[in-house]
Structures are given as structure tokens and as C-alpha cells.
Design a protein around this ligand. Structure first.
Ligand code: MCA
Ligand code: AMP
Length: 508
């Protein structure tokens, strides 16, 4: 059997000259390919020295740093399962993930050690390390004592590599189990499809706790042995400032609209660039056109999910077709995409229905939720994405909406059901509905509409402040209205479409 360990495959693509620069950070640090090789070996050795079982989860909530990236690679290298957590998550959120995934190791920011370690130890985690954005913390102190030689473990396609938690429309978050085979096959397809070539340099400006920054961008560059210009945090001016040295950029639509607001974004500034890729949220046609007009580049939009990694993409090579704004392109090679109506019947080309997918990229299931997993697959093994769309005669896929009640804000998913649960638990609240409305910066943001209990007084500002103390900041509705009643259909169900319509111009 070939070794399908993802790290081993990425390592095999490192350039011959290991002293060349692999990563250059916005804080002026340079890491060679040898540094990545040695650093990941040392962290892998540290993890293996703990005597934890193969397949154990390594949960990580740390600020973006090259060492955090090395911790990810080391986890793969040592045969454990990486569990990245958004840095915005607060106590209740972390408590749930740690309780559910039962990680053997938790790595957190030094400043959060007090509360995170308490949660971890209570959940039975044996090892808690810290890792700061400035190379401080106990993880690196301990790793520094390890050998810089390590043989990557052998992995099969089906072995778990990562668990990504995605919220559910009902109930709690589900951990999507991704295997070495899922990640590697998808990375190999994209390397070819997006025409990665020698001399490519990637601007990496996304967080590394979700599919886009952690897998699509990172694997893309590493599997091509390409240098990365690394940004701890996205800054439109700085990103544009480095484009003369780069060739590939990946971002969520908000990154593109923020760069368009910069006068420094000119044809000359992007003259060296080969490819701009957008995904994670719908790219407005307006942004697509404005970008083309200003830079001469046609953004390539693609579509994916935590459960499936990348599914479709507009073509890179002209011979395969044009990049069409408003569409997410063609199913990737090896990926099946079909559209079904509510009865499960195939709809004709160009007609709208639920998007279902199949392929080596599709996840293994939800962590310890066999029933939920079963619900999301059809009897013939296709995964229901929850996205609503169409495939035209030319095979272009267009997403027109979602059957799942989900808001995508600045590329982050926000599930109204989760926010409503917190609001409904507040004293004085009878009921609430959270809906997504258009927003010029984040694409879409949440708005809460709340009914108070008879005789109770609910203050919108107070409600927002309470939510801020409980939940990740990007989940907080940007506005709150207290009303007497919510619009309902004859079944008594809240008509969220009417609320969206009523508030659609709030941020216009
Ligand atoms: C920050 N804020 C937000 C968001 N981000 N509000 C709504 N939605 C957001 N996404 C709010 C904070 O709550 C805070 O408000 C204020 O903005 C400033 O916070 P800060 O962190 O400084 O914001 P920022 O640095 O300007 O961040 C904006 C951002 C960031 C750069 C667009 O959200 C980002 O990096 N988004 C990318 C997400 C991503 O990588 N998604 C890929 C998912 P206050 O002060 O009131 O608290 S992977 C995926 O979806 C699939 C699989 C795929 O296809 O890729
Ligand atoms: P996540 O749960 O974070 O993996 O988000 C996956 C969801 O993001 C998908 O089911 C889509 O609804 C959405 N998404 C990703 N890429 C695009 C895109 N290019 N256009 C529209 N929606 C997208």
C-alpha cells in the first residue's frame, strides 16, 4: 500500500533546496523548507512522546502563526487528528467541542490557559499546552527538547486527519470527519485544475481554523513547493503591497470588497499576479465585475463545504470554458454533482433543486453521530449539501439559496438556531428569530427580531451585550428589534423570508 499520509505527500513536494524560503511573514520572519521539516518533526516527536493512541484528537485554539501551521502538519505527520477551533469561540463553545471530541491534547493561547485548561482537564484531557503568536508558550518549549528527525507514520486513505465542527440547523455542532484520502485527493485535483506551477507564490491572509485557509490555501502552496507570503491578519493595504512578489491570492468575498476600497489596487499593483480565487460565500456579480474592471483579472469562484472540501470551480484554463461571475463553475474532476427536487427526483438541466454530491472528497461522517450522518446521505450514497441551486446544459453550477437556515457573514457560518437558543434563554424573552440581511462589508449579517414576555421589558442593547459575553463575536446580530409579533404562516411557522424582506435595506 502507498503511504497516503497527507504530510508525507506534502513533504515529498518540498523543493530540492531545503534552504530556500518557504514562508515569509508580515512580521519579517523567514522560514526555510528545512525549518518546516525540522519544526514539524520536533512537534510530532513531542506528541508521540506523550503516549497517546493513534487517532487521538489534538484540539487547537491559537492565534495564526507559522508554528500553529507546523502544529497542524506535525499532527498529520504523527498520525493524530487535528481539531482546529476559531479563536473567537468562547467558554460555552469550547466546552462543547472539547466535551464532544474528547481530545487527548489541547493547545491554547497563553492568555487563555486558565479557562481553557480548566475545561480540558474537566473533560478528561491529559495534556494542555500553550502556543502564542510570537513563538512563546509551553508547546515549543517542550518540542525544543525533541529530536528533529521523525519518520511520518503510514496512513491509509480512510484514516482520519481532521475533524471540523460545523454548526447544525438544529441541535448542536457536528464534527465533520475528514480523512487523509479526502484531503489529499482534493489537493491533488486542485493543483492540476488551478494550474499551480513553478515560481508560484501564495499570499496567505485567511485564518487557519477553517477549510479555506487551512486546507485549500495551505495544501495548494505546499503541494506545489511554493513560497507563502504569510499574513497573521488580513490587511487590504499590506496584501496589495505584496502582490508584486506574489502570483496567487485566495479570499472570501469580504477580502475582495475591502481591497477594492483601496486606491492602491491598480493594474500595475497586480501585474505579477496569476490567479485570484474566491469562495466560502457568494461573490456578488458587482464585486466580480468591479475587480475585472480595476485589475484586468477575472476572479475564479469556487464552492465547497467543511464536509466535502472543494466541490466545484470555475475553470482556470480558457480551453475549458470562461470564468462566469455568479456561478461556481463546474464539478471538479472526480466529483459528482446532481440536483434533486424535494421528492428526490432528478430535475432537468437549468432547474432549481437541492444540490447533492459524491466523490473521494466527501467526508467519512459526523463524529460519533451515525444517525445524523445517515440523515444527510441519500439511500444511494450522495451527500445532501443543504445548498439550493442548478446545473445548466454547459455544466455550470449556480447556487441560488440554501435549504439550511444559515447566514454566511464575512465567510463565517452563523446558524440562526444557535443564536435564537441563547436569546430565548434570556429573562423576559418570549421568542426570537434571527435572519440574515445584505451587508456591504460582510455580505450578509444577522439581525435579531425579538418578542418580550407579557409585561417584560427587553432592551436591544442589553440583549446584544449579553450575547457578546456568551458567543463568538462574528455570530452576534448587528441589530436587534423588539416587536409585538412575528409574521407566521398558517402552520404557525415564523416566515423568515418576510423578516428578511422587511430588514433588507438596513445596511444598504
Ligand atoms: C469580524 N467581525 C465580523 C466578522 N469578522 N462580523 C461578522 N462577520 C464576520 N466574518 C466583527 C467582529 O465581531 C468585531 O465586531 C469587528 O468585526 C472587528 O473584528 P476583527 O476580528 O478585527 O475583524 P476583521 O479582522 O476585520 O475580520 C474580518 C474578516 C474575517 C477578515 C473578513 O471575518 C475573516 O478572516 N473572514 C474569513 C473567514 C474564513 O476564512 N472563512 C472560510 C470558511 P465587534 O467589535 O462588534 O465585536 S471555510 C468555508 O466556508 C468553506 C468550506 C469554503 O468553501 O471555503
Ligand atoms: P462551511 O460549513 O463553513 O463549510 O460552509 C459551507 C457553505 O458555504 C456551503 O454549503 C455554501 O452554502 C457556502 N459556500 C461556499 N462557497 C460558496 C460560494 N462560492 N458561493 C456561495 N456559497 C458558498
Amino acid at each position: 500500500m502507498d503511504n497516503r499520509n497527507l504530510f508525507a505527500a506534502l513533504r515529498a513536494a518540498f523543493p530540492k533546496n531545503l534552504d530556500a524560503i518557504a514562508v515569509e511573514t508580515d512580521t519579517g520572519l523567514n522560514y526555510s523548507w528545512r525549518d518546516l521539516e525540522r519544526g514539524t518533526a520536533m512537534i510530532a516527536n513531542l506528541l508521540q512522546s506523550l503516549g497517546i493512541e493513534p487517532g487521538a484528537r489534538i484540539a487547537v485554539q491559537v492565534e495564526k502563526s507559522v508554528e500553529a501551521m507546523m502544529l497542524y502538519l506535525a499532527t498529520l505527520r504523527a498520525g493524530y487528528v487535528f481539531l482546529p477551533l476559531n479563536t473567537a469561540y468562547q467558554k460555552a463553545e469550547i466546552e462543547y467541542f472539547v466535551g464532544n471530541a474528547e481530545p487527548a491534547v489541547v493547545v491554547c493561547s497563553p492568555g487563555n490557559f486558565g479557562w481553557v485548561s480548566k475545561i480540558a482537564f474537566q473533560a478528561g484531557t491529559q495534556h494542555v499546552f500553550t502556543l502564542g503568536e510570537d513563538r512563546n508558550g509551553t508547546l515549543l518549549q517542550r518540542a525544543a527538547q525533541q529530536s528533529d528527525q521523525q519518520t511520518p507514520v503510514r496512513s491509509a486513505d480512510d484514516d482520519l486527519a481532521a475533524i471540523l465542527y460545523t454548526s447544525g440547523t438544529t441541535g448542536r455542532s457536528k464534527g465533520a470527519m475528514l480523512t487523509h484520502g479526502n484531503l489529499l485527493s482534493n489537493a491533488e485535483v486542485l493543483k492540476d485544475y488551478w494550474g499551480w506551477k513553478e515560481g508560484d507564490v501564495l499570499i496567505h491572509a485567511l485564518p487557519i481554523f477553517h477549510v479555506h485557509g487551512l486546507f485549500v490555501a495551505l495544501h495548494g502552496a505546499l503541494l506545489n513547493g511554493s513560497k507563502i507570503l504569510w499574513f497573521g491578519k488580513f490587511d487590504p493595504k499590506k496584501a496589495i503591497g505584496r502582490m508584486a512578489e506574489a502570483t496567487v491570492f485566495m479570499g472570501v468575498p469580504t477580502l475582495y470588497t475591502r481591497m477594492l476600497a483601496e486606491p492602491a489596487l491598480t493594474r500595475a499593483a497586480v501585474g505579477n499576479m496569476r490567479l485570484f480565487i474566491s469562495g466560502s460565500a457568494p461573490l456578488l456579480l458587482e464585486t466580480f465585475s468591479a475587480w475585472k474592471e480595476r485589475t484586468g483579472h477575472t476572479i475564479l469562484e469556487r464552492y465547497g463545504m467543511s464536509e466535502t472540501i472543494m466541490l466545484t470551480s470555475n475553470p482556470y484554463h480558457e480551453a475549458e470554458g470562461e470564468r462566469r461571475g455568479g456561478t461556481v463553475g463546474f464539478p471538479l474532476p472526480g466529483v459528482g454533482v446532481r440536483v434533486r427536487d424535494e421528492q428526490g427526483k432528478e430535475v432537468p438541466a437549468g432547474e432549481i433543486g437541492g444540490i447533492q454530491v459524491k466523490g473521494p472528497n466527501v467526508f467519512k461522517g459526523y463524529w460519533r453521530m451515525p444517525e445524523k450522518t445517515k440523515e444527510e446521505f441519500t439511500a444511494d450514497g450522495w451527500f445532501r449539501t443543504g445548498d439550493v441551486g442548478k446545473v445548466d446544459e454547459l455544466r455550470y453550477v449556480t447556487i441560488v439559496g440554501r435549504s439550511k437556515d444559515l447566514i454566511i457573514s464575512g465567510g463565517y457560518n452563523v446558524y440562526p438556531a444557535e443564536i435564537e437558543g441563547y436569546i430565548n434563554d434570556m429573562p423576559g424573552v418570549a421568542e426570537s428569530a434571527v435572519v440574515g440581511v445584505p451587508h456591504p462589508d460582510f455580505g450578509e449579517v444577522g439581525v435579531a427580531v425579538v418578542i418580550a414576555k407579557p409585561g417584560a421589558q427587553v432592551e436591544p442593547e442589553q440583549l446584544i451585550a449579553t450575547l457578546k459575553s456568551q458567543l463568538a463575536n462574528f455570530k452576534i446580530p448587528k441589530r436587534c428589534f423588539v416587536v409585538n409579533e412575528l409574521p407566521r404562516n398558517t402552520m404557525g411557522k415564523v416566515q423568515k423570508n418576510l423578516l428578511r424582506e422587511a430588514h433588507k435595506a438596513l445596511f444598504a
